[in-house]
Write a protein of this length. Sequence first.
Length: 423
Amino acid sequence: MTISLGLFLFKFLSGSYGWLDYGFLALTLVLFVMFFFLVDALYRVSNIESEKAQVDGMLASMHDALIAYDKDFKITLVNESLEILCNIKKEDVLGKKITPEWNNFEKYALLAKIVFPSLAPEMTRMSDNRGPSRVMIKMFKPKEYILEIVTSKVQNLYDRSFGFVKIIKDRTRENQLLKTKSDFITVAAHQLRTPLTGITWAVEVLYKKELGEINTVQEKTLKQSLDALTEMSLTIDELLKAASIEDGKFDYTFAMADIIEIINEVLKALTVKATQKNIKFVFYPPEFKVPKFVMDRDKIKTLITNLVDNAIKYNVTNGEVRIKIQQIVDKPFIKISIEDTGIGMDTVDKEKVFDKFYRSPSVLKSHTSGIGLGLYISKNIVQNHGGQIWVDSIEKRGSMFNFVLPVDHNYIPPQMKSSKNNL
Ligand code: ADP
């Protein structure tokens, strides 16, 4: 082609060309264009190959297992982590249609449960209908597995689904470690509780003068001991609650209840404590009719007790604790605020107060009671009701803890809707 082009140019320049040479030129140009397209196509193919190699490399090196299949459940892709997790070879499954019956074959039982999570002995849905579906599955035979599976639809430009991709995170070891830790806390807390009950009983008998008269100094000392024992018993309760949150055993029982009634009960129970610091409770009358709604009554009472108790504990003498209930406009939620006139907190504290075992450095010396679990438990309670909790605070001026809760039970997270709760 280059020779013929050169020949034509030579003839053209030397003036000795004829009509045959024009044909020659046309042919040369066609060949040239074809050559150009061929080179371009080869370039594109090599680009696609290298991109595919990159994607394959990424999938192979992914720590999480991955499987993709088309709308007919024909497996189109598995990565190395999935081969290891399910102990299978990709050549044995690629191109094959997976069905629930695969669960009957020991070799493919785990893969079948990944593709059809409802086949697992335990399955917890962790997402609502928006976005990719997230489920946690648990199985115990032949080995214990706890897997988190995220499933996304693969869609083409016209939004016609043509398959699914699943990413599987193996949470087994993580869960075993958490379990060992919370088992330790549970055993230790239970071991402490038994002698504590015995000591409390003995001190109470003395304090109530059931074993004979005591003088005022003895009475005061015994009262202080009783208060310290009550504090210790509350700490043990918090440890047990935090351990059961970790274990996923902090069980919820939902039913209709009255939030105003709960707030009044909490304020009544904490009146003596508030009076000791001359703190006044101000419960603003709500400006709307507060409906009864579905909740775990005991848990919500624990939540409000934690917040009001903190508002007293971290308040100044002669301070105030103000409680307000508001309606959220256009949404089926109510907001409850518990405000104090106490020590407040800085920006770092505001970010960390809901973390497990966090206590502000500024309270470690001044307020020795407490282990930093109350707000961690409170956040768990609010979230498991489908709500949110946050704090506004100014140092040395006071804090306002706010939480919102849905008054429509459809907003309670799907994983809380066990058959026990009839939601
Ligand atoms: P605890 O009170 O047992 O330490 P919490 O989880 O209830 O545990 O609170 C964690 C930390 O948050 C507290 O140690 C304190 O530093 C801070 N905090 C909580 N409530 C208030 C409040 N009302 N005002 C100022 N700081 C607070």
